[in-house]
Each structure stands twice: as C-alpha cells, then as structure tokens.
Design a protein around this ligand. Structure first.
Ligand SMILES: *[C@@H]1O[C@H](CO)[C@@H](O)[C@H](O)[C@H]1NC(C)=O
Ligand SMILES: *[C@@H]1O[C@H](CO)[C@@H](O)[C@H](O)[C@H]1NC(C)=O
Ligand SMILES: *[C@@H]1O[C@H](CO)[C@@H](O)[C@H](O)[C@H]1NC(C)=O
Ligand SMILES: *[C@@H]1O[C@H](CO)[C@@H](O)[C@H](O)[C@H]1NC(C)=O
Ligand SMILES: *[C@@H]1O[C@H](CO)[C@@H](O)[C@H](O)[C@H]1NC(C)=O
Ligand SMILES: *[C@@H]1O[C@H](CO)[C@@H](O)[C@H](O)[C@H]1NC(C)=O
Length: 335
C-alpha cells in the first residue's frame, strides 16, 4: 500500500492543477487549460489510475470515448453557469474500490465511502476550495487528519468515520463556520476535544465516538445550540458531565457511555426537551438520578447502567413504565 501512496501523491501533483499545492506546476499551465473540462477529464483519469482494484467493474465507463465524461459512473457535472459541463461531484461509494486517493478536481461533493481506500488523506485536498461534503467513511485511511482541512471554508459535512486515523482532532477545524456534520468516530484519535469546538456554531451532528480521546468534555460545547446528535461514547473522557449541555435545546441523541465520567448527572439534562435517546452507561457517575429527567417527554431509550447511581425517583419510574423499555434500561445499579 505504501507504494500506492507515493504514486498517488505524484499523480496528484502532476495532473490536478486546480487542487494542486505545487505553485511551480500551476504556473506551468495556462488559465485556459485549467478552465476546461478536458482538465477534469484528465484529472478523472489520474484518479482512476490510483484505483488498483475495481471488483464490480464500476469504472469501466471511465475513459470510454463513446461515453461522455459527465455520464461516467459516479460523475456528476454542473448543469448551468460557469461550471456547466465541469465535474462537480464524485459518488463512488460502496464499490469496494481498492487504492488510494488523489484529490482530483475542484469538486463540491466527494463520496468514496465504503471502499478499501488506503493511504493518507492528501493535504492537497485542501486546494479544492469548493468542497462542501467529503465522505470517506468505511475505508482504510491512515495517518492524521490534515489540519489544512480548516481552510475549506465551504465545507458543510466531513465524514471520516471507520478508518484508522490517528493523532488529535485538529484545532484548525474550528474555523469551519459552515460545518454542520463533523463525523470522526471509529478511528484511533487521541488527545482532547479542543475547546475551540465552541466556535463551530453551525454544527448539527458531532461524532467522536469510539476513539481514544481523553480529558474533559469542554463546556464550550454548549455554544453549539443547533446540535441534534452528540456521540462521544467509547473514549477515555473524564471529569463531570457539563451542566451546560442542558442548554442544547435541539439535542435528540446524547451518548456519553463507556467513558470515565464522574460526579452527578446534572439536573439540567432534564431541560433537553427534544431528547429521544440518552445513554450514560458505563461511566463512574454517582449520586441520585435527578427527578428532572422525568420531564423528558420524548425520551424513548435510556441507559444508566454500570455507574454508581443510587435511587430511582418516583417520577422516573412512571416514565419508564410509560416507555415500557425495561430491556433498554436494565438496572440502575452497578453490574
Ligand atoms: C464503450 O461504451 C460502448 C457503449 O456503451 C460499449 O458498446 C463499448 O463496448 C465500450 N467500450 C469498451 C472498450 O468498454
Ligand atoms: C455517501 O454515500 C453513502 C452511501 O451511498 C450515503 O449513505 C451518504 O449519504 C453519502 N454521503 C454524501 C455526503 O453524499
Ligand atoms: C488502533 O490502534 C491499535 C494499536 O495501536 C490497533 O490495534 C487498532 O487496530 C487500531 N484501531 C483502528 C480502528 O485503527
Ligand atoms: C461561541 O461562538 C461565538 C461565535 O462564533 C464565539 O465568539 C464564542 O467565542 C464562542 N464561545 C465559546 C465559549 O466557545
Ligand atoms: C441554526 O439553525 C437555524 C435553522 O436551521 C439556522 O437558521 C441558523 O443559522 C443556525 N445557526 C447557526 C449558528 O448556524
Ligand atoms: C434547567 O434545569 C435546571 C435544573 O433542573 C433549572 O434550574 C433551570 O432553570 C433550567 N433552565 C432552563 C433554561 O430551563
């Protein structure tokens, strides 16, 4: 695989002018060359050259002269305006493609989820300034998340879940003010959740689950008032459950299970009027279960097992009976 990575970088630099980080190479091309669909054609062919396995023969149409580029499998082109006939999106998800990534064209959407793409995330991807959605989940990507992704100010979604990425969550991502989805779960990330996360006010979904992230949950997370899904389970988080989480009025799913959180469940969680799923299991939480949780009228799954909690408030019993979800709830006491 390492050989493919080296080749990948080389091909990228030589054939992807709009996204290239190599000024020398950009200078060698005229503006006209850069601005034609022929460039896209060439870039797609270089992209294809990095794909070493295509068991479903999904890319057979690529390069076939009797099929227009915009009709190649997974290719979507602009329909009007200055990007008419230019490649805007690549959706090659779920094709079991084997190989590595080149950064290709100045795409808006790149979806390579569920393949066997290895190697690193090329930092040169960051020259694709139009990128809005990058989905590279369920692959074999290695190395760190390039901090340079923080320059892609149009990014609205980035999904890198289920890879083998390591290193920490780059602080630089906090400058992505349009980001709605940040999904980095199921990797080998370490370090803390950066406090700068409080700047990503547009976030709707935050997935950092199943990594090796440590330290406290920053209280600045309360700044993310549009958050509906917060997944931090299966990490090494310590400290208290921030009471400020109770301010996240749109939160529907809160999963902090399988960490080393301690102290009481903050009563403010009872203010999460949109909450349907609350999982705090397998932590070191102590104290009594706050009665305020009984206010969570939309809740339909709750797990507090494997903590050191004491006492089930009456109002909560009523709620649990209403939900009839004892198989979910199991026991409140340490297992
Ligand atoms: C190219 O596409 C045409 C039309 O779909 C098809 O008939 C032809 O066999 C293809 N050629 C190759 C080399 O795959
Ligand atoms: C990528 O493709 C997968 C599988 O087809 C799909 O579920 C996902 O929504 C796509 N993501 C984006 C950002 O297009
Ligand atoms: C994480 O790293 C460990 C060893 O450090 C390795 O065994 C494991 O497979 C890695 N997991 C992922 C998801 O990359
Ligand atoms: C919350 O977001 C605003 C606007 O981006 C920012 O100025 C502020 O510093 C953030 N607060 C925290 C606690 O992160
Ligand atoms: C939060 O969501 C609302 C409704 O979708 C939207 O109008 C608003 O701009 C979002 N806030 C931020 C900071 O992105
Ligand atoms: C949130 O909950 C706490 C404790 O249950 C309560 O004292 C507080 O007034 C609530 N805040 C809001 C904004 O509803």
């Amino acid at each position: 695989m390492s050989i493919i990575i080296v080749i990948g970088f080389f091909v990228f630099v030589s054939l992807c002018p709009p996204c290239s980080a190599s000024p020398a190479h950009v200078a060698a091309l005229s503006t006209a060359e850069i601005a034609t669909s022929a460039t896209d054609h060439q870039a797609l062919m270089s992209f294809r050259s990095l794909i070493k396995g295509d068991p479903l023969e999904a890319l057979n149409s690529w390069g076939n002269q009797s099929i227009p580029m915009c009709r190649w499998h997974g290719v979507a082109c602009g329909m009007r305006g200055h990007r008419r006939g230019r490649v805007l999106a690549l959706d090659l998800s779920g094709l079991n493609l084997l190989g590595s990534i080149s950064s290709s064209i100045d795409l808006e959407n790149l979806n390579l989820s569920s393949n066997s793409i290895g190697g690193n995330i090329p930092p040169e991807l960051t020259a694709c300034v139009q990128l809005q959605f990058v989905c590279l989940s369920h692959n074999n990507l290695q190395g760190v998340i390039p901090s340079a992704l923080g320059v892609l100010s149009n990014l609205r979604g980035i999904d890198l879940r289920y890879n083998m990425l390591k290193g920490s969550v780059p602080l630089e991502l906090a400058s992505l003010h349009n980001l709605e989805v940040l999904a980095l779960g199921y990797n080998n990330l370490t370090g803390n959740i950066p406090v700068e996360i409080g700047n990503m006010e547009g976030l709707i979904r935050l997935h950092l689950e199943s990594n090796m992230i440590v330290g406290e949950i920053p209280k600045q997370i309360a700044n993310l008032t549009n958050l509906t899904h917060l997944y931090l389970y299966l990490n090494g988080l310590t400290g208290l459950v921030p009471a400020s989480l109770g301010g996240l009025q749109k939160l529907q799913i809160l999963s902090l299970s399988d960490n080393q959180l301690s102290g009481p469940i903050p009563p403010s969680l009872g203010n999460l009027s949109s909450l349907v799923f609350l999982n705090l299991r397998a932590n070191g939480l102590t104290g009594t279960i706050p009665e305020s949780l009984g206010n969570l009228n939309l809740l339909n799954a709750l797990s507090l097992t494997s903590n050191s909690l004491t006492g089930i408030p009456k109002c909560l019993c009523a709620m649990l009976q209403r939900l009839n979800l004892f198989n979910w709830v199991l026991t409140f006491f340490p297992e």
